[in-house]
Design a protein around this ligand. Structure first.
Ligand code: NAD
Length: 357
């Protein structure tokens, strides 16, 4: 299979973790006889330094023309004083917007050997955590009108939360398709007791459910979902939710699994072109020290092969290699425990590659 991948190393540890992801992808291409080409593009703080723009037009063009985008992380203290429209993080938001990446897919799973890193009690973790949050990414309150006005001598701010039927329907279908291939259970999270946009969300998800008779749809209010994620995470398999609720719940879901360094993510558009990235940021505190955990990026590569390129066997081989490497007791500093062997970022990449077969 021939695929063009746009690669954004970005800033901080983005440079190091993407190096490991590229080493791995080149090995996968060799073993399974694929032709992957990599187009490295500038975005984020490094792009500001070189061109003045957080996302040069050429970078955006290459991302748009690629089959998928692989991204490390952007941002860092150095660019904290940039104007808000040219901060490194804007590059990411623009790529999402320009590529129409409306479906954010964030798995949260507990590697049994990393359970000591989770803040949850052992008896809760015994039930396991293996869930996927499907978050709408281009609508809702983050994209509504934001206003601050002076009314009767005081400031009044408002943020508009709008959803169209079509936006709800297309993200619901993504969630049902994922649920159909897992436990066939989908929990839609909303605030339908208060918000009109949530009542529409519920109505449309019920309509879509009629097309997926084998998937059981249930609904949960977002405040309860936040509680249940900590109290009994094992009850969730696939969660469907809107943009802001998904933003908050997916961070909560990642922390209960223990380490930010192992959780991948995908953001897809209607053509299955995707942006794949770890959920963590550029970690300026450890950047350039070969200490970062590359596993979240490597698992993002597995998601890219599965979701955008339909290479299930290759995706599974990467996930198995990660699992095997952790089982062998290899750890980066963020997930290190007293009985394990400490590796650098590049050593962890090498060990995972050795376990690919
Ligand atoms: P962060 O995720 O970069 O770091 C939080 C903590 O987790 C740090 O202690 C860091 O060392 C650690 N950490 C993160 N990833 C790790 C890894 N792979 N291995 C080991 N340890 C890891 O979050 P932050 O410190 O709030 O943000 C730093 C910068 O990253 C900011 O400029 C922020 O805007 C940016 N950011 C970018 C993205 C993105 O590019 N998608 C996402 C979040 C934050």
């Amino acid at each position: 299979m021939k695929k063009n991948i746009a690669v954004v190393r970005g800033d901080g540890i983005g440079v190091e973790i993407i190096e490991e992801a590229l080493k791995l992808l080149k090995t996968v291409a060799k073993i399974y006889k694929h032709d992957f080409s990599f187009n490295e593009v500038l975005a984020g703080g490094c792009a500001i330094d070189k061109t003045g723009q957080c996302l040069p037009d050429e970078s955006l063009r290459i991302c748009k023309e690629s089959d998928s985008v692989l991204l490390g992380a952007v941002g860092g203290f150095k660019w904290d004083n940039e104007v808000s429209t040219n901060r490194p993080e804007q590059a990411l938001l623009r790529i999402r917007k320009e590529l129409g990446l409306f479906a954010n897919i964030r798995p949260a799973f507990l590697f049994p050997m990393l359970k000591n890193a989770s803040p949850l009690k052992a008896e809760i973790l015994e039930q396991g955590i293996d869930l996927i949050i499907v978050r709408e990414l281009t609508g809702g309150v983050y994209f509504g009108e934001h206003k601050t006005k002076k009314i009767e001598n005081e400031l009044v701010a408002s943020d508009d939360m709008t959803y169209k039927e079509s936006e709800i329907r297309r993200i619901a279908k993504v969630a049902f398709d994922i649920a159909k291939n897992r436990k066939k259970e989908l929990i839609s999270v909303d605030k339908a007791n208060v918000l009109d946009s949530s009542r529409l969300w519920r109505k449309i998800s019920e309509e879509v459910a009629k097309e997926y008779k084998d998937v059981k749809l249930s609904h949960m209010y977002v405040d309860n979902a936040a509680m249940q994620l900590c109290a009994r995470p094992s009850q969730f398999d696939v969660i469907l939710t809107e943009n802001m609720f998904g933003d908050i719940l997916s961070d909560e879901a990642s922390i209960i699994t223990g380490s930010i360094g192992v959780i991948p993510s995908a953001s897809l558009n209607e053509t299955k072109q995707g942006l794949y990235e770890p959920i963590h940021g550029s970690a300026p505190d450890i950047a350039g020290q070969n200490k970062a955990n590359p596993i979240a990026t490597i698992l993002s590569v597995a998601m890219m092969l599965r979701l955008s390129f339909e290479l299930e066997k290759e995706a599974k081989a990467i996930e198995d290699a990660v699992q095997k490497t952790l089982n062998q007791g290899f750890r980066t500093a963020d997930i290190m425990d007293k009985d394990s062997t400490l590796l650098t970022c590049s050593q962890m990449g090498d060990e995972i590659i050795k376990n690919l077969s």
